[in-house]
Design a protein around this ligand. Structure first.
Ligand code: MTE
Ligand code: MO
Length: 425
């Protein structure tokens, strides 16, 4: 994980919000009138469906929204999304094997022909302002000829842990009812986005970059919001973002973005656009529903226009089934992992008595380069009965996990300590 100083995300969002209100922002497919209809007419995320929009080189996939097998011992499935069961990480190293890596699809996994595929860049932030009709193009082979880089990084949904707003805090939120398994760490290999942007003729005037997916348009409440896309500030785009074509040493699986996806380290999963087809590079601010309506914090604790979110918070999870049963009369080594969007994890504490007393867990491996911190904690329960296990991590910035997460209507960034129930039998 890398720490970032260059970009002040709050300043960035404040400036974009003012520009958007002033009508300066551009989003050709989604107007302020659409937004008014959207806000008036529906609860976000509900009633969303796929629209079969024709995309060159993209085959129809009648099989289902996710193509890889989703065995129940590895996944919990929610419609077009599938969450990893944490017990599936027992015995694994730092990387999440691809067969158990969570999948979050707004619609469905497209099957893209890598030979026919082109990455198309256009916009006013490139030399000569190439248009959508005459973009700068890179083939799959072109990308492979550019200098390759590998990083280990997590991809985590902003809504990971959402269900605990309800389970632990009694609050109702909308969106996929994820437990804590909408995260995975992989070794990603590809080309730096910075390299491709510079080759495409990036100018100093560029302020925002917007990658766009080749999956079907996202339709919500009867409104076609267009392809899944979300702008990135140029500072982040040039920093540590990868156009990845390999995951854990193999070509990407279709479900994870084949042939090429973005990996935006430390940021919420929606930034890491899969099946990237086009990238707009703009000298003026860009907006899409994915940064104006979704992936913002709304509710009584937030400004009326909501608060943009980019970076992930501190979280922890045990490699145990929910409601695990463990035998009495022996010592158990509790294992888990902690991670943060701010940088590496400094230490992790564990409580086996519902958060009354805490003791340090032993670090396993090093989170500076691993994407997350593995840890272990030996525990000999007093006797049979119900117990509540908790883990609380502190990252390099001193940020830690609070007892309560700040409520927001869409249930993002649940970073509070989770009470994990186990029974000793
Ligand atoms: N094109 C496209 N990219 C996408 C999405 C999508 O639906 N379409 N989902 C995003 C979200 S919300 C998340 S959390 C991550 C999930 O990546 P994964 O499915 O490889 O785990 O992909 C992101 N990229
Ligand atoms: Mo997500």
């Amino acid at each position: 994980m890398v720490e970032h100083e260059a970009l002040d995300e709050r300043d960035y969002d404040r400036a974009r919000l003012l520009q958007w209100r002033a009508g300066l922002a551009t989003d050709a497919r989604f107007t302020r009138r659409d937004l008014a209809r959207l806000v008036a007419g529906l609860s976000l995320g509900a009633g969303a469906g796929a629209l079969a929009a024709a995309r060159p080189g993209v085959a129809e996939t009648p099989a289902g929204p996710i193509l890889k097998p989703l065995p129940p011992e590895l996944f919990t499935v929610f419609g077009t999304n599938a969450e990893m069961r944490w017990e599936a990480m027992v015995g694994a190293g730092d990387l999440v094997p691809v067969d158990r890596f969570f999948v979050r699809n707004h619609t469905r996994t497209p099957v893209v022909d890598a030979e026919a595929w082109r990455l198309r860049l256009f916009g006013t932030g490139l030399r000569g302002s190439p248009t959508e009709q005459a973009p700068v193009e890179f083939s799959f082979a072109d990308l492979h000829r550019l200098p390759a880089e590998s990083i280990t990084a997590f991809v985590e949904c902003a809504g990971n842990g959402r269900t605990f707003f309800t389970k632990q805090q009694g609050q109702s939120v909308s969106g996929t009812a994820w437990g804590m398994g909408a995260i995975g760490v992989a070794r990603w290999r590809g080309v730096r986005l910075a390299t491709v942007l510079r080759r495409a003729g990036l100018t100093r005037a560029a302020v925002d970059v917007q990658p766009e997916g080749l999956d079907p348009d996202f339709v919500s409440g009867g409104i076609n919001l267009g392809p899944v896309r979300r702008p990135l500030p140029i500072a982040k785009a040039l920093d540590d973002v990868l156009l990845a074509y390999e995951m854990n040493g193999r070509p990407l699986l279709p479900d994870h973005g084949f042939p090429v996806r973005l990996v935006v380290p430390s940021w919420i999963g929606i930034a890491s656009i899969k099946w990237v087809g086009r990238i707009e590079v703009s000298a003026s601010p860009l907006f899409s529903p994915w940064n104006t309506q979704f992936y913002r914090l709304f509710g009584p604790n937030h400004p009326a226009d909501g608060e943009l979110i980019d970076r992930q918070v501190v979280k922890s999870a045990f490699e145990l089934p929910w409601n695990a049963s463990l035998p009495a009369g022996q010592t158990h080594v509790l294992r888990g992992r902690s991670w943060s969007g701010n940088g590496h994890i400094r230490h992790v504490e564990v409580s086996t008595d519902g958060g009354i007393t805490w003791r340090r867990a032993r670090a396993v491996g090093r989170s500076e380069t691993a994407g997350w911190q593995r840890w272990a904690y030996p525990w000999r329960p007093d006797g049979p009965g119900a117990y509540s296990l908790s883990a609380r991590a502190t990252d390099v910035t001193g940020a830690t996990q609070p007892a309560q997460a700040t409520y927001n209507t869409l249930g993002y960034l649940f970073g509070a300590v989770v009470a994990h129930p186990v029974t000793i039998v």
